[in-house]
Ligand binder design. Structure first.
Ligand SMILES: [Zn+2]
Length: 271
């Protein structure tokens, strides 16, 4: 039984600012925060194996995607590291897996969660058939395309509410309470580790209770940008239709297509 784990960073306890989420001149003790990210990942891996997983693939899904410290993980795992990769935050996921964990995830753009955004700072909203979705929804839809349910999420309270609203009563661990976009009340990492281990084991053992997320196809995707220049850039991609000053739309035959076009549109929006 194979478990796939996608790990982002903004939804790790202790992290409340961009400066904590990447290396560089401006960084605030990135080494400490990548260890926290790795710690929650490790707890999820341990729980997966305890729940009966025979193989676990971890995908580093934050920033340059070179954050998770492989040597701190169980030697049975494999790690997808680095970028770019065609399926980005869910690279390597396919129909051979039986369960997906989204660890350290953050809420979608415009919600009151810690460091809320949807893929880039350029997007105000992304809608699937009229319903707002964030990275959680985009990645869950790719998993659903392969017939795999998301069974566990971890992040702040806003992310957990978003997950339950979209995916139902899956396992979820709230590792911090958002007090705003840049402030939170954080659970100690030793405690998040215990909670995630237990929830991961339970989620894997009860995976049959959860359904893959499958939005109706074909999928109508609306992307709403902050400014008109970003929409101008995105429209260099010929499959996009300009539907407003700051909005573009397209129709996708499946969620993987929707995912890949959305990511290219976001890259182009920065030109
Ligand atoms: Zn991230």
């Amino acid at each position: 039984m194979r478990v796939y784990i996608s790990v982002d960073m903004e939804g790790i306890s202790g992290i409340v600012h961009w400066k904590q989420t990447g290396p560089g001149e401006d960084a605030e003790d990135y080494e400490q925060y990548r260890r926290l990210m790795t710690g929650d990942t490790s707890a999820a891996v341990e729980g997966a194996f305890a729940g009966g997983a025979t193989a676990v693939l971890v995908n580093d899904a934050h920033g340059a995607m070179r954050n998770v410290v492989l040597t701190d993980l169980d030697p049975r795992v494999e790690l997808v590291s680095g970028s770019p990769k065609p399926l980005s935050m869910v690279e390597g996921l396919d129909s051979t897996f039986q369960a997906v964990f989204l660890v350290g995830y953050h809420s979608r753009a415009g919600t009151p969660g810690i460091l809320n955004h949807t893929y880039s700072g350029a997007l105000v909203d992304c809608r699937f058939n009229g319903q707002s979705v964030g990275e959680l929804g985009l990645n869950a839809a790719v998993a659903g395309h392969f017939g795999v349910p998301v069974v566990l999420v971890t992040g702040d309270d806003v992310l957990v509410a978003e997950a339950r609203g979209l995916l139902g009563e899956i396992q979820a661990v709230t590792v911090k309470q958002a007090l705003g976009r840049y402030a939170a009340r954080c659970v100690h990492p030793q405690r998040t580790g215990q909670l995630i281990r237990t929830a991961a084991q339970d989620a894997v053992q009860n995976r049959q209770r959860f359904n893959p997320y499958r939005p109706v196809l074909p999928l109508k995707v609306d992307l709403e940008f902050h400014d008109t220049g970003q929409a101008d850039g995105a429209c260099l991609l010929p499959v996009l239709e300009r539907t407003g000053n700051r909005t573009v739309s397209f129709t996708a035959p499946d969620p993987v297509w929707a995912y890949r076009i959305t990511r290219v549109a976001l890259r182009l929006s920065a030109t």
